[in-house]
Design a protein around this ligand. Structure first.
Ligand code: HEC
Length: 131
């Protein structure tokens, strides 16, 4: 009996380790896929590297956790500035923004949206790695 329970504990632990490793792998894969999407869809207007210059849109390094409309040297639209008060970008707000920017900040100047849930999830996974 004792022997069986030791074995089942060992099996339980290895399952836990395998699924934790699997999760880390999944989010790394997600971010890698998101990077490709971001390069293809956002990089025409945005830079992602630390200290890179703003483009037509602001530099997005460190965007997760950054207050809205707070990138220095970027001239935000009046709509974006009006919507910003007290808001900080997190994954949920980024998801809402990329689905429909006009709901989040009416009158903003970003003419892009991503209607596909899975693609947004990947892009946001990539943005979360930019620290
Ligand atoms: C055609 C150009 C363009 C494209 C493509 C574009 N953006 Fe933007 N983005 C902008 C502009 C311009 C702003 C600033 C809007 C304003 O001031 O009203 C902006 C703002 C943002 C902000 C708010 C930043 C802040 O400092 O508060 C985020 C986040 C963002 N974009 C993410 C993305 C992502 C992710 C993609 C790709 C999926 C993308 N954008 C594609 C032009 C673009």
């Amino acid at each position: 009996m004792k022997r069986i329970s030791t074995i089942s504990i060992a099996i339980g632990i290895s399952f836990a380790l395998v699924s934790a490793a699997g999760y880390a792998q999944d989010s790394a894969d997600l971010a890698a896929l998101g990077k490709k999407l971001a390069i293809n869809n956002c990089a025409v207007c945005h830079t992602f590297g630390k200290g890179e210059p703003n483009g037509q849109g602001p530099n997005l390094f460190g965007i997760v956790g950054r207050p809205m409309a707070a990138q220095s040297g970027f001239k935000y639209s009046a709509g974006m500035q009006a919507a910003a008060s007290g808001k900080v970008w997190d994954e949920k707000l980024l998801d809402a923004w990329l689905s429909d920017t006009q709901t989040v900040a009416p009158g903003n100047a970003m003419t892009y949206f991503e209607g596909d849930d899975a693609r947004r999830r990947k892009i946001i996974a990539y943005l979360s790695t930019l620290h």
